[in-house]
Structure formats: structure tokens, C-alpha cells
Design a protein around this ligand. Structure first.
Ligand SMILES: [Zn+2]
Length: 435
């Protein structure tokens, strides 16, 4: 059994509504779990564990990326500076139609996960196709993976129609059912790509199988006005009439919301995945994050795919989320640093219904832990680790990552995979996609 005790000057537990920083404590991992968090004076007496001294570091829970399309990392920088519909219809969907298969998804996911782990992300809520390959990549990298099985009305290389997307995903799910790291999620793509009938099937299936649902909602103004033209109601109202809005739902984006819709989302217990970089890059708009939090909506944070970001960097997302919330609301007290860290940790865990397992550091929870070196000049002087983690530190300062108790990044080196292999695959795909 893996036994490690980590000594660090700061442990940010992310337990509670106010920052809880333990100074000069040690975190003891046994097997998959956090066995104990104890003062260093007592920890010195522990003999039965590997000892790691991280003398310039803060330990905190691993970051949870609540909305991503990992495999799209292979399309990073392929089409930029375009509006969402132009970008999707004329660039991304045609490229996916040509290239996305088992190999693309697996290789792309490894590339994404390597980047995510090096950025301090321990858990991803993904959404794509060829779901078994996403799951296999998660197991290969030892990463906590929510495999969002996309459902659309139109065909691609994975399936021909909505029923096929669902049936294929459900049969792929069997091989991974009950796995500690991998869980399948139903992911109807968006209101503008999924029919009422399909939404109803997804809702019924989610209830029968006790599954979460992940969907892009109210991302752009066009989506909202298109729904008013086609369905005579805004997308959220239509989805609520169908019964989609519930605690099972993780709604990605939620940029264009009026006050009544924020109330409704809070009442139904929907969780929101906020993606500030993607929303800025595609000029989708400013999500009313502080207003949602004020009404009690659980808001987490995501990167979206690397084709629309183009980084899978939760540190960048945290900083941008905090800055945009202030600029958008006109209030410098909006989205404080600690609340931003909560979005990237415990709120993400809550959205995925795993807050009893991860999202904060407490005894008995899974050891999904990251260490950030704050001794670099970029984070000097150091008055408050919480401030630096959001406003000053970069992902390059993540030195170690543990997932389920296993060290998957040690001194910036991925322990499970040779990075040269991942680069080679990325190069091979660049050549294929370019042709
Ligand atoms: Zn997305």
C-alpha cells in the first residue's frame, strides 16, 4: 500500500466558507485516501511512510475541470478568431467529420490529460465521442474522468442518429461500470442540436441509471434567439418544460441569463460550468457568475476544449474568472479569490456529486492533492497563499500531483507516461490533419 507523508508550510484545505490554511502541517496519504492531517511536530514520529519535504509549497485539493473536450487538443490552433457558429459549421465539425475516430480520441485525450495534470487538474468532466477511448485514456493516465457521452441528432463517425449515440455509449459504459476513476455521463450536446424527443429519452435514462447530464446551455445570444424563433420559448424554459433542469444537470456556459432564469436554475439545483476563456475567445459574452453565486447556484469552472481556449489551464481560468466577474459587475469585491478557488475545487466536486470523496482536503477523502511551489520570484513576497494562487501563480508552479493517492506528477515529471511519446503522436496528427 502506498504510504506517503508530505510536509509543507501551508495546507489549504478548502473546507468551509472562509480560507482554512494550516501552517506547518503534514498530510499523510495511505492507499487512496488522506489518512491524517497533523502538525509537523507530531508527523516527525511517523516511521511507516515515504517522507516528502516540500518546504516552499502550498498543498491544496486537485483542480476539477468541469467542462472540457479533451480530445480536441489535437485541433489546438487549427481555427481561431471566428464566431461560434462559423467556427463549428465551417471548421471544427468538418475536421472532426474527417478525422475523429478511436485513435484520434485516445491520442488527443492523452495529450489533454498530460497538460491537465501538469496544470494541477486531477478530475475532468469531459464531453466527446468514442467514449470507451476517453475512459481508457483516463485509466492510462490515472486521472479521475467523467466521460460525457455526446448525443446529437446528426451523424458523425461515431453514430448516425441520437438513438445510436445513446445505445453505443450505454454499451461502452458496461466495461467501466463501478470503476473508482471513471464514470459515464449523458451529454446531449446543446438545445440547438438535440430534439425534444431525444431530451426526454436522455432524462428518463439518467433517472433509471442514476447518471449525471452535461449540456451546453445559453452559450450565445444566437442560441437564445434561435430557440425563440423555432420553439417560441428561450432554451432554458424549453428544457425546464421537458424536465431537464435538476440536480443531475451540469449546464456549461450559461452566459445569457435573465434574473428569472437565475432564480429558476437555483431552485432546480442545476450546477453551472463557467468557461471564461472560451466565452471571451468566441465573444459569447459575460456569464453573471456573482449573481448566480448570490442566488445559491453551484458554479464550477472549466476550460472548454483546447480548440476554443487554447489552453487547458485552470490557473488561467481562475484568474480570468475573478477579473471578468469584477469588470462585468462593476464591483471589485465580486468573485473573491477564495470563492474562485472554491469554484475550481469543491464546487466542481459538488456538481459531479463526488464532494463526499474529493474537492477538499479532509481525513477519509480520496487523496487528490496538488503541491504548488510559491518560492519563484513571480510569487514573492508571500502574504497570503490564497491571493497568489488566483492572481499571481501560474500552472508552471505545480510541482506534484496525486490522484487517488498515487503520485502522477513528481517534480514536474509525469510518472505514468513518457512525454516524448505524446509529442510524437501530436506531430503525426498535425501532419494528417494538415493534408
Ligand atoms: Zn464545450
Amino acid at each position: 500500500m502506498n504510504k506517503t507523508i508530505i510536509f509543507a508550510p501551508y495546507i489549504l484545505t478548502m473546507e468551509g466558507d472562509k480560507p482554512n490554511i494550516l501552517c506547518d502541517y503534514a498530510l499523510w496519504i495511505k492507499g487512496k485516501n488522506i489518512h491524517e492531517i497533523l502538525p509537523q511536530s507530531q508527523a516527525k514520529n511517523v516511521s511507516d511512510a515515504n517522507v516528502l519535504h516540500l518546504n516552499n509549497h502550498v498543498l491544496m485539493p486537485g483542480l476539477i475541470n468541469l467542462h472540457s473536450h479533451g480530445s480536441m487538443s489535437l485541433l489546438r490552433g487549427f481555427a481561431d478568431d471566428l464566431a461560434l457558429q462559423d467556427w463549428l459549421n465551417n471548421h471544427i465539425w468538418p475536421a472532426e467529420g474527417k478525422h475523429v475516430d478511436h485513435e484520434f480520441v485516445y491520442d488527443g485525450m492523452l495529450l489533454a490529460m498530460a497538460e491537465m495534470i501538469r496544470s494541477g487538474t486531477t478530475c475532468v468532466n469531459d464531453m466527446y465521442f468514442f467514449n470507451a477511448d476517453v475512459a481508457k485514456a483516463g485509466l492510462r493516465m490515472g486521472m479521475r474522468t467523467f466521460v460525457g457521452a455526446s448525443v446529437l441528432e446528426f451523424p458523425n463517425r461515431y453514430a448516425n442518429n441520437a438513438d445510436e449515440y445513446i445505445n453505443r455509449a450505454m454499451s461502452e459504459r458496461c466495461a467501466f461500470f463501478g470503476d473508482d476513476l471513471v464514470q459515464f455521463v449523458l451529454a446531449p450536446h446543446a438545445p440547438y442540436t438535440v430534439s425534444d424527443e431525444t431530451f426526454k429519452k436522455v432524462i428518463a435514462l439518467a433517472e433509471n441509471e442514476d447518471m449525471l447530464i452535461h449540456c451546453h446551455i445559453h452559450e450565445t445570444e444566437n442560441e437564445v434567439s434561435g430557440s425563440v424563433t423555432e420553439h417560441k420559448v428561450r432554451p432554458l424554459k424549453r428544457l425546464d418544460n421537458l424536465g431537464l433542469l435538476s440536480e443531475r444537470l451540469i449546464a456549461a456556459h450559461m452566459v445569457h441569463l435573465n434574473d428569472d432564469e437565475i432564480e429558476l436554475v437555483a431552485k432546480r439545483g442545476v450546477s453551472v460550468a463557467h468557461n471564461p476563456s472560451s466565452n471571451m475567445k468566441l465573444a459569447s459574452g459575460f456569464a453573471p457568475v456573482q449573481q448566480m453565486l448570490d442566488k445559491g447556484v453551484n458554479v464550477g469552472l472549466g476550460t472548454d476544449g483546447a480548440a476554443s481556449n487554447n489552453k487547458l489551464d485552470m490557473f488561467a481560468e481562475m484568474r480570468l474568472a475573478a477579473l471578468i466577474a469584477k469588470g462585468f459587475s462593476g464591483s471589485p469585491t465580486a468573485l473573491k479569490a477564495y470563492d474562485t478557488l472554491k469554484m475550481a475545487t469543491i464546487n466542481g466536486a459538488r456538481a459531479l456529486h463526488i464532494d463526499d470523496k474529493v474537492g477538499s482536503l479532509s481525513v477519509g477523502k480520496r487523496a487528490d492533492v496538488i503541491a504548488i511551489d510559491l518560492s519563484e520570484i513571480e510569487t514573492q513576497p508571500l502574504f497570503d497563499p490564497v491571493s497568489h494562487l488566483v492572481y499571481a501563480a501560474g500552472r508552471e508552479q505545480v510541482s506534484h500531483v496525486w490522484i487517488n493517492g498515487e503520485c502522477v506528477l513528481s517534480d514536474r515529471v509525469l510518472t505514468r507516461i513518457d512525454i516524448a511519446q505524446i509529442k510524437e503522436k501530436a506531430l503525426a496528427w498535425t501532419k494528417r490533419i494538415k493534408i
